[in-house]
Design a binder for this molecule. Structure first.
Ligand code: ATP
Length: 392
């Protein structure tokens, strides 16, 4: 397995996409101070899952995204892809070329990919585990640490190379095996102690075993006695059971008898109930009719009282009318008397009026005679006056 290529875009000083090919074997990157060499190793650490911004020489993780320069605007996302040759199959994945990619957005959202398939950081870690290229190992020796390693104690130096060579994991396994061995030894010692303890208790156990055997014999006898007692009990119970069965049969017959009597009683009861219901209906009908009659009687009584009252009123009216008739009769008699007087007076008046009419007629005739005479004398005078007038 070896590093084939790294592609960087928007990461630290690499604003635009950059692809650096690494040929198999020793490769180095040279450049003036501040040209971005360390940024490349930071990119490698980062893409392999580095979580410490400080290790990447920054304050916050977002600072790895290109921050912009005088001529270039800041980027919104950093992306690094590490392409590894897996021809030897060191990485536990069925690809001869493996591309591990990490992306970070300014929002803080982070994404990982293995061969363009999105995955978790854990998947990336599991992929490179035990290959010596993890960020926690010594595959990455940061600037300034080389001096320290060279001048360190030989054991520390050895650790560095062992880690870089991937030996540390075997050392870890050896330590784990040793720990397990020690624990097994401890267990063995404890077992020996237990065996010694048991051996010291063997005599006592022999006596106890004797007692146990005796106990087993006694238990056996006890069990036999118990079986005999139980058999006796079973016999007694069977006898009792037979007696109880007899009693039960008698009781069952009595129950059956009671049941049939109960059925008869139920039939009688239902007949009586029906009759009771019929009587109840008749009673209700009679009660209704009685109530009707009572109402009718009351109405008749009321009407009789009203008729009495009316009859008394009629009698009172009859008396009053009789009195009034008497009064009218008296008035008629008085009026007839008065009429008689008036008729007598009328007859007198009629006689007087007849005499006066006769007198008026006689006087009218006399006045007629005198008026004729006057008219004749007036005519004579007229003739005289006309004659006189003619003569003049
Ligand atoms: P030296 O030899 O001093 O270690 P170097 O070649 O390793 O230098 P780096 O330290 O990798 O260089 O790069 C430093 C440069 O990267 C600086 O110019 C710095 O301004 C730039 N830089 C770092 N982070 C960012 C960022 N987020 N955005 C833009 N530029 C950045």
């Amino acid at each position: 397995m070896y590093l084939k290529r790294i592609e960087i875009q928007g990461f630290k000083s690499f604003a635009d996409p950059v692809s650096i090919d690494f040929k198999e074997g020793v490769t180095c990157i040279i450049g003036p101070n501040g040209s971005g060499k360390s940024n490349i190793s930071d990119a490698m650490r980062w893409v392999l899952g580095e979580q410490s911004a400080r290790t990447l020489r920054g304050g916050k993780m977002e600072e790895v995204i290109f921050a912009g320069t005088e001529n270039k605007r800041p980027k919104g996302m950093a992306e690094v892809t590490l392409v590894l040759d897996n021809g030897t199959g060191v990485l536990p994945i069925d690809y001869t070329e493996v591309a591990i990619k990490r992306r970070l957005f300014r929002s803080g959202e982070s994404e990982y990919f293995i061969n363009s398939n999105q995955c978790r950081l854990r998947d990336v870690r599991e992929l490179i585990m035990d290959t010596g290229i993890g960020v926690d190992g010594y595959s990455f020796i940061g600037q300034g640490r080389v001096d320290k390693i060279v001048s360190d104690k030989p054991e520390t130096r050895r650790e560095v190379f062992e880690e870089a060579a991937g030996i540390i994991k075997y050392k870890g396994r050896k330590a784990e095996a040793q720990r397990k061995l020690e624990s097994a030894e401890g267990n063995l010692n404890r077992m020996n102690d237990i065996i010694l303890d048991i051996e010291s208790r063997i005599d006592g156990l022999k006596i106890e075993s004797e007692k146990a055997r005796e106990y087993a014999g006694l238990s056996e006898r006890y069990r036999e006695s118990e079986i005999n007692i139980t058999l006796k009990n079973i016999e007694n119970l069977q006898r009792k059971n037979a007696e109880l069965k007899l009693q039960f049969d008698e009781a069952a017959a009595a129950i059956e008898d009671a049941r049939s009597r109960r059925v008869a009683a139920d039939t009688q009861l239902s007949f009586l109930r029906k009759r009771d219901e019929a009587l109840e209906l008749t009673g209700n009908d009679l009660r209704g009719r009685i109530a009707e009659n009572v109402t009718r009687t009351a109405n008749v009584k009321n009407e009789a009282l009203l008729s009495d009252e009316r009859r008394r009123g009629v009698e009172r009216d009859k008396l009053r009318l009789a009195e009034e008739t008497e009064g009218l009769k008296r008035k008629i008699a008085a009026e007839e008397e008065r009429l008689k007087g008036l008729l007598a007076a009328k007859a007198v008046n009629d006689a007087g009026r007849f005499a006066l009419d006769e007198e008026l007629r006689a006087k009218t005739e006399a006045a007629e005679v005198r008026a004729e005479a006057a008219r004749a004398s007036a005519k004579g005078l007229e003739a005289k006056r006309d004659a006189a007038f003619e003569m003049s």
